[in-house]
Design a protein. Structure first.
Length: 170
């Protein structure tokens, strides 16, 4: 049985969250910062059964940075087909990677939108990745997300955003 559905685990999480004065508990086993946070909360699955949601929330700006460097890395690997891993890159290749990222930004190629991915095929509860257009991930942002998610009122923005410093010049 998935331990995220275990009533005792759910009760313990609710108690820990209440003790902290929140509806969630930060997942200390994962690294978090003001751009990304791992946390656990209790909600209901589609069948109405209580479950622990293991959630990774991060900002749209962080998603932009990830996509920017993934695009630059893809171009780097095209240029250097013998390079098997970014960890093996030379200093010159890393400088070239930065140049590629800057060129991609200048062309304003990367655009990102808010999204949520839900995965029930995990070992613990249900996994959620959610990306929101906020400056930082705060307690208030997390609480609002949980409220909206649990009340089925989550309304994600489908606007495409670019965080390129060159985007405003166009």
């Amino acid at each position: 049985m998935n331990p995220g559905y275990n009533p005792e685990n759910i009760k313990n999480l609710k108690q820990a969250a209440a003790h902290a004065g929140r509806s969630f508990v930060i997942n200390d086993s994962q690294e978090s910062d003001d751009q990304s946070v791992y946390f656990l909360f209790v909600g209901k699955n589609d069948a109405g059964q209580e479950v622990i949601y293991d959630t990774f929330m991060y900002t749209l700006h962080a998603e932009y940075e990830v996509q920017l460097y993934e695009a630059a890395e893809a171009l780097l690997f095209e240029k250097f087909p013998d390079l098997k891993s970014i960890d093996e890159a030379t200093e010159e290749q890393m400088e070239y990677l930065d140049l590629l990222a800057d060129e991609i930004e200048q062309r304003n190629e990367i655009h990102v939108v808010e999204f949520i991915n839900i995965d029930e095929a995990v070992e613990m509860g249900i996994a959620i990745d959610v990306c929101l257009n906020v400056e930082t991930i705060t307690t208030e942002v997390i609480e609002q997300f949980i409220h909206d998610f649990n009340n089925n009122t989550l309304d994600l923005d489908d606007t495409e955003y670019s965080f390129s410093p060159y985007a405003e010049e166009e």
